[in-house]
Design a protein around this ligand. Structure first.
Ligand code: MG
Length: 249
């Protein structure tokens, strides 16, 4: 069931989204060569708690971290680890959410670690741009397929592949609500977008091939090809006046 939010609820939800966005900003300010993904996770945990919020992902389905931190060929759901050291040339996807006043925010960003290759930079640029094209397509009256089609078109034009096994989602009272928001699809198809819907759009883009698999830890999703993968996400609200990005610091 899709849970529409009224104006008051949207205002309340904004706070959770702002803290989520600030947490990503904190991540960007702290990422450096030589740090472990667990150190980064601790910084984010400290930040979210200092804002009076709760990390949305911690304990969700048993997830052990505050953030999902996925490096290079890891697509999503990377578990923060004291053994994973960030190295020059890595790309690191940080997916983090905060819960306060009964609402969740959810957002993700893939950061370069030091100097990265041109090909990696292109992957980041295309994935981020595809997110914004998806958001632009999220107009009241359009359909969910319009979002996916916009994301997919740009990604494939650039020779990359959209992950199909994992998708975006409604978000609000719960971290994952209806409807699903795939990053692929046919324009004009799927659920109609109406004012009051709050959704997380989150393209996951592989350099080579859409295939993914889950590691033995039952969480970390990696590319089948071993190629790098990027992930950008915003929580947005559908309004009469157009899509509004809620996850801004
Ligand atoms: Mg999400």
């Amino acid at each position: 069931m899709i849970q529409l939010k009224n104006k008051t609820e949207l205002e309340r939800m904004k706070k959770a989204c702002q803290i989520s966005a600030q947490a990503l900003k904190v991540a960007g300010e702290n990422i450096r060569v030589g740090m472990t993904t667990q150190e980064l996770d601790r910084i984010l945990h400290h930040f979210i708690v200092s804002q009076g919020a709760k990390p949305s992902f911690l304990g969700y389905g048993g997830f052990p971290g505050t953030a999902c931190i996925s490096v290079n060929n890891e697509v999503i759901h990377g578990i923060p680890s004291s053994e994973r050291v960030l190295r020059e040339g890595d790309i690191v996807s940080v997916d983090v959410g905060a819960c306060i006043d009964g609402f969740h925010g959810d957002n993700a960003f893939t950061f370069p670690v030091g100097q990265i290759s041109q090909e990696a930079q292109k992957l980041l640029d295309v994935t981020q741009k595809s997110l914004y094209l998806g958001i632009e397509a999220a107009q009241a009256g359009h359909r969910v397929g319009d979002i996916g089609a916009a994301v997919q078109a740009l990604v494939e034009e650039n020779g990359f592949a959209v992950v199909r096994q994992y998708v975006g989602h409604g978000v609000g009272h719960d971290l994952h609500e209806d409807p699903e928001i795939p990053n692929f699809g046919r324009a004009g198809h799927g659920v109609r977008l109406v004012p009051g819907m709050t959704i997380a759009i989150e393209p996951m883009v592989n350099q080579i091939g859409e295939g993914v698999r889950v590691l033995d830890n039952d969480w970390t999703v990696v590319t089948k090809s071993g190629s790098m993968s990027a992930h950008f996400e915003h929580t947005i609200a559908i309004t009469e006046q157009g899509p509004v990005i809620l996850t801004t610091p």
